[in-house]
Design a protein around this ligand. Structure first.
Ligand code: ADP
Ligand code: MG
Length: 344
């Protein structure tokens, strides 16, 4: 009986039974969640500080490709990229809502996979699933996630708060997710020609993981709290370093200079870029989907953080009239352009 459930088309399952089935194993862990899934609205009790809210919309064929993206990973990534926006405000996420539109190409089994990834992300980042919406679609899968978080009002960090001479820093390393995407796209093309081929991705495991199973940087928010640093400005890196630097600089009405040699790039991403005859700095600047944090701190805070290996200083802020530049390894000053990956 049970083993046949995968054959049940979603339409037969019915919306209410489906919602119940997908959400029944989620429990409420946050004290600010009073009522989660199951009524007309979720109910929260947010009694201190500020509430931050962010929404992302992911559309099959535009934002993800299910031919190499396992549904469990997709569920995980969909949550994580949303939480990254909450962390970018120096806030801690507590709740998410998940809305999905699915075509009849999907069965209950595939939605369970998607929700197992969502569930894992909820567990890892300690957020409650408190609601959503479910609909059928004419074609493909659409996922929209809204995340809610909280931050003390003294700590909230906007893109606009940076000052001239602040140090510009970045967490983790960049360009890996983009190189991972190149590897997956290549293997997909090979597979189309020769479906018997078995790709060996072990050489690219870091980059592929950065693309398929990104993490967002709650550890950096913890680090700020531990070191008693409040960044002056922050943004998460979803569209490539260059584009995010320009957003932060414009919002803060500043310019900046970064140094190519300081941009953190993993050795595997460098090797992969070389194999693809691609410049690894370009992957870091314009690649996207790294979900690292780009932030600025006051000069006087630099001592506290400079020896930490989770973050790297890549440059500093200048005044607005100077513009945004990178000094490359040949000592040339190159204007940064927002060539970030765009789905339009
Ligand atoms: P309404 O018709 O008022 O929109 P629904 O029947 O769609 O209510 O939703 C019932 C409950 O299930 C609500 O708490 C809603 O937030 C939740 N819910 C609906 N779809 C999802 C989903 N895909 N994931 C999580 N919760 C959901
Ligand atoms: Mg509904």
């Amino acid at each position: 009986m049970f083993e046949n459930k995968n054959r049940i088309p979603l339409s037969d399952f019915g919306e209410f039974k489906l919602i119940d089935h997908l959400t029944k194993n989620f429990s409420i862990t946050q004290k600010t969640t009073i009522k989660g899934v199951g009524d007309d609205s979720a109910v929260l009790k947010l009694d201190k500080g500020l509430t931050v809210i962010s929404t992302d919309l992911l559309i099959e064929g535009i934002h993800f490709d299910l031919s190499y993206m396992p549904l469990k990973h997709l569920g995980y990534k969909a949550v994580v990229v949303n939480l990254s926006d909450i962390f970018a405000m120096n806030a801690i996420p507590n709740q998410i809502t998940v809305s999905i539109a699915v075509s009849n190409r999907f069965n209950i089994d595939s939605l369970e996979e998607l929700y197992s990834g969502i569930s894992l992300a909820c567990k890892n980042f300690k957020v409650d699933l408190i609601g959503g919406d479910t609909s059928s679609s004419v074609q493909g899968l659409t996922i929209s996630i809204t995340a809610l978080g909280q931050v003390e009002k003294e700590k909230v960090t906007y893109r606009s708060g940076s000052n001239s001479n602040d140090i510009l820093m970045v967490s983790g390393d960049l360009g890996g997710a983009y190189m991972g995407l190149q590897v997956l796209e290549r293997e997909k093309a090979v597979f189309k020609v020769n479906p018997q081929s078995q790709p060996d991705l072990s050489k690219y495991s870091y980059c592929v993981e950065r693309q398929l199973k990104p993490e967002s940087r709650i550890d950096i928010i913890d680090l700020f709290n531990k070191l008693k640093i409040i960044p002056t400005a922050m943004i998460d890196i979803s569209d490539g370093l260059s584009s995010e630097i320009i957003h932060l600089s414009k919002s803060s009405k500043l310019g900046c200079i970064i140094y190519e040699e300081k941009i953190p790039i993993d050795q595997e991403a460098k090797n992969t870029a070389e194999e693809f005859k691609f410049n690894s700095t370009t992957a870091a600047l314009n690649g996207g989907e790294d979900y690292e944090l780009l932030f600025t701190i006051k000069q006087e805070d630099y001592e506290k953080i400079k020896n930490n290996n989770l973050v790297s200083a890549i440059g500093y802020m200048t005044d607005e009239t100077s513009g945004c530049f990178m000094q490359n390894n040949l000592n040339q000053k190159i204007k940064l352009e927002a060539q970030g990956w765009k789905s339009f």
